[in-house]
Design a protein around this ligand. Structure first.
Ligand SMILES: Nc1ncnc2c1ncn2[C@@H]1O[C@H](COP(=O)(O)OP(=O)(O)O)[C@@H](O)[C@H]1O
Ligand SMILES: [Mg+2]
Length: 258
C-alpha cells in the first residue's frame, strides 16, 4: 500500500509545490513508484512537470467533484506519466476552485480524495499531495487521506506564526477523521549566511524535536529556474545543491515511512 504524504502549510511561497515535485522526483529516482497529486487550482505542480493546465482534458475535479464525475472515467485515465520514470501526476486545472465550493455541502466530503485514490494505492509506493495555501476543504480532504503531513517551513522570522493553526487542524483531523496521521516539518529556502535564518532554524529544532527532518533545503536559484523550465530539479540540474538536499530528504522520508 502506498504511503500518502500531504505537503501542507497555509502560508503561500514556503516551498510546498517545490518540495512536492523535487521530493517526489527524488523518491522516484530511488526506484519507488511515485504519484504526485496537484490539489491547488493554480496548478503550479502540474506546470512544474512541464504540462499546460489549459491543455489537459481530465484533471482532479473529474475524480472528486460530483458535478464533474463521469463514472466511465477511471483514475487511471486521469493520471499522466511525466518525463521521469516512476513519477506520475494527477493534474489540476482551474475547475478545482469551483469543486472546493461545491463539495462542502456533501456529507462526509472529507473522504472524497481518500476514496478516489483507493483503486491505485497498490500501484504506488508513495503518493505526495500538493495542498493549496489555506486550511480549506481541499486541505482537509488531503489530510484525511494522508499517513503524514509534511510541513515546509521557510526559515524566516515569521515562519512559526500560523504553524499553531496548522497543528490544531492536524489534531482535529487526528481526533475525528484519521487517527494515524503524523506530521513532520522540513526547513526550506534557508539562507545559511543570515543570522536570523540560523536562529529561526535552531528554534524550530528545539520546539519540534522528533518531528522535523534533519535535511534542510537551502536557497538555490537553480530550483527557481527549474520551475520556470517545467523540469523537476533532478532533470534540470542533477548536481545542484538543492537537488542533493532533496535527495537526502527522499532518503529520510523513505527510511521513516518504510
Ligand atoms: N530552496 C529554494 N531556493 C530558492 N527559491 C525557492 C526554493 N524553494 C522554492 N523556491 C521558490 O519560491 C517560490 C515559492 O515556492 P513554492 O514551492 O511555489 O511555494 P508554495 O507552493 O508553498 O506556494 C517559487 O518561486 C519557488 O521557485
Ligand atoms: Mg504551491
Amino acid at each position: 500500500m502506498a504511503k500518502i504524504i500531504a505537503v501542507s502549510n497555509q502560508k503561500g511561497g514556503v516551498g510546498k509545490t517545490t518540495t512536492c515535485v523535487s521530493l517526489g522526483a527524488n523518491i522516484a529516482l530511488q526506484k519507488k513508484k511515485v504519484l504526485i497529486i496537484d490539489l491547488d487550482s493554480q496548478a503550479n505542480l502540474t506546470m512544474a512537470v512541464g504540462m499546460d493546465p489549459d491543455d489537459i482534458e481530465l484533471a482532479i475535479p473529474d475524480l472528486i467533484d460530483p458535478e464533474e464525475i463521469d463514472n466511465s472515467i477511471s483514475i487511471q485515465k486521469v493520471i499522466q506519466k511525466t518525463n521521469l520514470e516512476n513519477l506520475d501526476i494527477l493534474p489540476s486545472d482551474v475547475r478545482l476552485a469551483a469543486t472546493e465550493q461545491g463539495i462542502v455541502s456533501i456529507e462526509g466530503y472529507e473522504w472524497l480524495l481518500a476514496n478516489a485514490i483507493k483503486p491505485i494505492q497498490n500501484e504506488y509506493d508513495f503518493v505526495l499531495i500538493d495542498c493549496p495555501p489555506a486550511l480549506s476543504p481541499l486541505t482537509l480532504i488531503a489530510l484525511t487521506a494522508a499517513d503524514m503531513v509534511l510541513v515546509p517551513v521557510q526559515t524566516e522570522y515569521y515562519a512559526a506564526r500560523g504553524l499553531e493553526r496548522l497543528l490544531e487542524t492536524i489534531a482535529a483531523v487526528q481526533k475525528h477523521l484519521n487517527s494515524s496521521l503524523t506530521y513532520y516539518l522540513v526547513g526550506t529556502i534557508y539562507d545559511r549566511r543570515n543570522r536570523i535564518s540560523r536562529d529561526v532554524l535552531s528554534q524550530l529544532y528545539i520546539t519540534f524535536e522528533g518531528n522535523i527532518f534533519e535535511t534542510v533545503i537551502g536557497i538555490d536559484n537553480q530550483i527557481r529556474e527549474s520551475a520556470a523550465a517545467g523540469e523537476p530539479i533532478p532533470v534540470y540540474s542533477p548536481k545542484s545543491r538543492s537537488n542533493l538536499e532533496y535527495e537526502q530528504l527522499a532518503l529520510e522520508v523513505i527510511h521513516l515511512l518504510k
